[in-house]
Design a protein around this ligand. Sequence first.
Ligand code: B4P
Length: 187
Amino acid sequence: MFVLILGAPGSGKGTQGKILAERLQLPKITTGDILRAAVKDGTPLGQEAKKYMDQGQLVPDTLILELIKAEVSKPEAKNGAVFDGFPRTAAQAELVDRVLGAEGNRLNHILLLDVPEEELVRRLMSRAPVEGRSDDTPEAIKTRLAVYQRDTAPLVAHYAQRGVMHHVPGTGTIDQIAEDIRRIIGR
Ligand code: B4P
């Protein structure tokens, strides 16, 4: 089973993705974590990605498409995975469809976490002193929310046509939201 968790920055994708992947015993593929590890290790990808991430901009598709292809093609993701933080652009969505389709697979469930913007900002600002992420500054948060509306929100309309998208209210407790997701997926 392939599940995509879609939502704005701060909507709880990482939080719910972890719970879901553990429950379904599937690998979780999180482009944000992979990029942050590359930045930490100072790899060529990390050095380039950092310039965009610190500003709250998306890392360009030219840098990220190969990374996504490699992750989605890994043997451990052959029978399913939870995708968290990608696809974020039309080109990434097209690539995911192509790589899954080549193996006769498709996205089975798309979960859209709905959270109002004031709550998103509150969560990201309260995380800033705890995790020390360089993109949890007021300027970068503003940019990330605007980039989400511009580049990622259009994917919602694209996926809505497939009939596998579910809106999940993302403002309850973490456990309530996880329970909603369990009910939707049926597992
Ligand atoms: P990501 O790591 O994906 O960061 P994000 O969108 O801000 O979401 P995050 O996972 O941190 O937050 P979450 O909603 O789980 O991307 C970071 C950057 O990497 C991007 O800006 C971009 O530059 C780059 N990037 C990543 N993927 C890319 C791609 N595919 N293409 C191009 N660039 C890419 O949770 C936020 C907070 O809310 C948490 O602190 C959590 O504790 C809290 N929370 C969760 N659920 C809650 C609840 N129910 N109630 C209260 N708080 C809750």
